[in-house]
Write a protein that binds this ligand. Structure first.
Ligand code: FAD
Ligand code: NAI
Length: 464
């Protein structure tokens, strides 16, 4: 240890990096974390999960009040109006509190924050600002940033990425979202609820790639009903800005006649790419794969001994909880324990209304691997959802036809994000659909729909 400054140096303080640093320190390792942002927490806390959910929550309440849904429940309000500054204020406040919380946790656990951009100078040394430090173990947790769209310049005023879309100073009349993935649908929902017309241009023939086919179709229907306009199988070939207006040129994905769409704001949300620019990976003897990711083995080791990688910069879904779990596991592996993440059971949630969630295999993928049984239950038949006037959606359980083991669960429901945790836990424990069906679920809860979908796998739900 003598000539090392740290046992562990983590680069990046997002949910992967800050969790890895805290766990490493908890395990008795001398730990530092390099972060170039002014606040800790990475994309997720500063410009991702947290601020987007703050706006999703507030805009949902606004719509319930302004759109008359509350009045239908007997909650009458006159002259509901939007105070966008206040809405942004509570978003900034949530970010401030949570990023400050990580700073507190660093102090509490004695994790040293090295402020500045880190770049490798060798396989065990890193320069952060003016300081060069040596560490026995280095964890790359540098996260990801927005994938640019060739021919489209993000000015963060008219043409924005997700960070700019969180900060719009007024509600655009017409927002065009490029990319019908998670960000497009979540942030599109925010501005639609606040009064914008929203058009979503998606290159593929359906929104939400990676989700179960039936879920993608049903979600599309629900969003259309809410007022989203979709231009599927369509590509954007250029965006020009004149003052406060944008003109998008689009054409069929397969080629064909070009058309234009006028907009007051354009959100580019076509995916994210790993952050390795400026890291000087070459000095460490590392290179990225053809997707720009740092390759790792099952234990999060890169090709260079002593260097590890986790989170968005490494392969796998770009999700905060995946990064966090990898953060814990990598620290445990560094400390000589056994840190494991089951990458087959990572839930995914879209925080729209209703929420859309899934874990495990889609029905399509499961069928490619073998014979399956599928059980479905509509939220319309769930007493709690019906009582709450939340009829949209369903739960679908995909199970192995021979063993009955649950392979995947897909949910569209107001609280799908909360419901999916049960499915993930069941799958982690190797549950069969019968195990879920015979587990007593409290009544009346949305979760009973999961029990009934599990019962439907063998053809015996009660309430349909
Ligand atoms: P990051 O959070 O990206 O953190 C990496 C950190 O490393 C950054 O702070 C960066 O400044 C720092 N860094 C990079 N290079 C260097 C360097 N050379 N030196 C020093 N520091 C460096 N996921 C969910 O699971 N749920 C959600 O609801 C959700 N919502 C999202 C909403 C939006 C709008 C966006 C954009 C993303 C969302 N995500 C969500 C994805 C989630 O934010 C990421 O998966 C997660 O932040 C990845 O964590 P990470 O630790 O790998 O990287
Ligand atoms: P995404 O990968 O979810 O969706 C991008 C969409 O853009 C895809 O549907 C793709 O087909 C489409 N697309 C790609 N190129 C296009 C083009 N040229 N023209 C039109 N459409 C095009 O990426 P998104 O929404 O940018 O999110 C990035 C990442 O952030 C995701 O991987 C997601 O995991 C994470 N995230 C997670 C959230 C959550 O967990 N709730 C919320 C927000 C982001």
């Amino acid at each position: 240890m003598a000539d090392y400054d740290y046992d562990v140096l983590v680069i990046g303080a997002g949910p992967g990096g800050y969790v890895a640093a805290i766990r490493a320190a908890q395990l008795g390792l001398k730990t530092a974390c390099a972060e170039s942002r002014e606040t800790l927490g990475g994309t997720c806390l500063n410009v991702g999960c947290i601020p987007s959910k703050a706006l999703l929550h507030a805009s949902e309440l606004f719509q319930e009040a302004a759109g008359g849904a509350l009045a239908k429940l007997g909650v009458k309000m006159d002259n509901v109006s939007l105070d966008l500054d206040a809405m942004h204020g509570q978003r900034r406040d949530a970010v401030k509190q949570l990023t400050g919380g990580i700073e507190f946790l660093f102090r509490k656990n004695k994790v040293e924050w090295l402020k500045g951009r880190a770049a490798f100078t060798s396989k065990d040394s890193v320069k952060v600002g003016d300081r060069e430090v040596r560490a026995k173990n280095i964890v790359i947790a540098t996260g990801s940033s927005v994938t640019p769209l060739p021919g489209v310049t993000i000015d963060q005023k008219v043409v924005v990425d997700s960070t700019g879309a969180l900060e719009l100073e007024k509600v655009p009349e017409h927002l065009v979202v490029i990319g019908g993935g998670v960000i497009g649908l979540e942030l599109g929902s925010v501005w639609r609820r606040l009064g914008a017309k929203v058009t979503c241009v998606e290159y593929l023939d359906q929104i939400l790639p990676g989700f179960d086919g039936e879920v993608r179709k049903e979600a599309n229907k629900i969003f259309k009903k809410q007022g989203f306009e979709f231009r599927l199988s369509t590509k954007v070939t250029g965006v020009s800005v004149d003052g406060s207006k944008a003109t998008l040129t689009v054409e069929p994905a397969a080629g064909g006649e070009a058309q234009t769409i006028e907009a007051d704001a354009v959100l580019v949300s076509i995916g994210r790419r790993p952050n390795t620019d400026g890291l000087n990976l070459e000095a460490a003897g590392l290179q990225t794969n053809n997707r720009g990711q740092v390759e790792i083995d099952h234990d999060f080791r890169t090709a260079v001994p002593g260097i590890w990688a986790i989170g968005d910069v490494a392969p796998g879904p770009m999700l905060a909880h995946k990064a966090e779990d990898e953060g814990i596991a990598v620290a445990e592996n560094i400390a000589g324990h056994t840190g494991i993440v089951n990458h087959d059971v990572i839930p995914s949630v879209v925080y729209t209304f209703p929420e859309i969630a899934g874990v495990g295999l889609t029905e399509e993928l499961a069928k490619e691997r073998g014979e399956v049984k599928v059980g479905k239950f509509p939220m319309l038949a769930n007493s709690r959802a019906k009582t709450n006037h939340e009829p949209d959606g369903f739960v679908k359980v995909v199970a192995d036809a021979k063993t009955d083991r649950v392979l995947g669960v897909w949910i569209i429901a107001s609280v799908a994000g909360t419901m999916i945790a049960q499915a993930a836990q069941a799958m982690e424990f190797g549950a069969t659909s019968e195990d879920i069906a015979y587990t007593c679920h409290a009544h009346p809860t949305h979760s009973e729909a999961l029990k009934e979908a599990a019962m439907a796998v063998t053809g015996k739900p009660i309430h349909v």
